[in-house]
Design a protein around this ligand. Structure first.
Ligand SMILES: [Fe+2]
Length: 289
């Protein structure tokens, strides 16, 4: 059993992120240790535990200390091959991987870069938390970039805060990685949902910007031109270096993030190099302004 005094919190960047030392996630953790991790999580939004050796069961057991686990969302039939994989046997696990067995992907979202997004931001109840464990890593690239949406919201001009107040935006998931949503498609066939452009975080009660380049398609109640103009500005603003932390993965890293306070992205990596990440989530609830 670990004591909360063993837990060390070392900030990783100006924008967000902290490394937690003194915790072996395989072990049964006391409520005090979990509370200390939760406090560090609220403060830093992304936590990294280095040198962990975790089975799938270890990962799910630890994640469940922070709420009911989320189930992997199944893609609609025509998009199924973009998100399913032959090694994803537990409905609570999503494997993010470019590895194929006999030509069939073992997981989802294989190669290349992936634009900033919110995990399941296209659904009624976006995941509250995401947990990612690095099982196999490429020699270069494949970093996970995080942008702090509290800071991004706080730094908006008063004029922009007024423009987005009370507005909702449409989030659509077409299972793309680095391509803008195509609004001319019949969206009834792809997962989508409307959320406030800025939300109040359910736990911290802080305001966070809640749009992303990959899946946010349209702001309701304004012209197409105005929607495009605002969204372009918000994407560029939210992804500024001063709000961003780039996590360079090492084998054994276990990273957990607050999916309602951050957007995240993936940098490019050589397609011939294997990358396998094991993801699970904690369920969320509807979000409000
Ligand atoms: Fe993601």
């Amino acid at each position: 059993m670990f004591d909360a005094t063993d837990v060390e919190v070392i900030p990783l960047g100006e924008a967000c992120g902290a490394e937690i030392r003194g915790v072996d996630l395989k072990k049964d953790l006391s409520d005090e240790v979990v509370a200390k991790i939760q406090q560090a999580w609220n403060d830093h939004l992304v936590l990294c535990f280095r040198g962990q050796d975790l089975t799938q069961e270890d990962q799910l057991r630890f994640a469940a200390r922070f709420g009911p686990l989320g189930a992997r969302k199944q893609a609609p039939e025509p998009l199924r091959d973009k998100a399913e994989g032959v090694w994803q046997l537990d409905p609570k696990i999503l494997l993010v991987s470019n590895i194929k067995v006999d030509g069939i992907p073992v997981g989802a979202f294989g190669d290349g870069d992936m634009w900033f997004h919110i995990d399941s931001g296209y659904s009624e109840k976006p995941y509250k938390y995401t947990f990612l464990y690095g099982v196999e890593l490429p020699a270069e690239g494949g970093d996970t970039l995080f942008a702090n949406m509290y800071k991004a919201y706080d730094a908006l001009s008063d004029d922009m805060k007024k423009r987005i107040a009370g507005k909702k935006a449409l989030h659509i998931h077409e299972y793309k990685r680095a391509e803008k949503v195509d609004l001319s498609t019949d969206i009834s066939k792809v997962p989508h949902w409307f959320h406030p452009v800025a939300i109040t975080h359910p736990l911290t009660k802080r305001k966070a910007l809640f749009v992303d380049r990959l899946m946010t398609a349209r702001i309701e109640g304004v012209s197409n031109e105005e929607s495009d103009e605002i969204l372009r500005e918000l994407y560029d603003h939210g992804e500024k270096p001063e709000f961003t932390y780039a996590h360079k993965w090492r084998l054994g890293d276990f990273v957990m993030w607050d999916n309602l306070a951050l957007i995240h992205a993936r940098s490019w990596f050589p397609p011939e190099q294997r990358r396998l990440m094991r993801r699970c989530t904690v369920d969320g609830a509807p979000v409000f302004e």
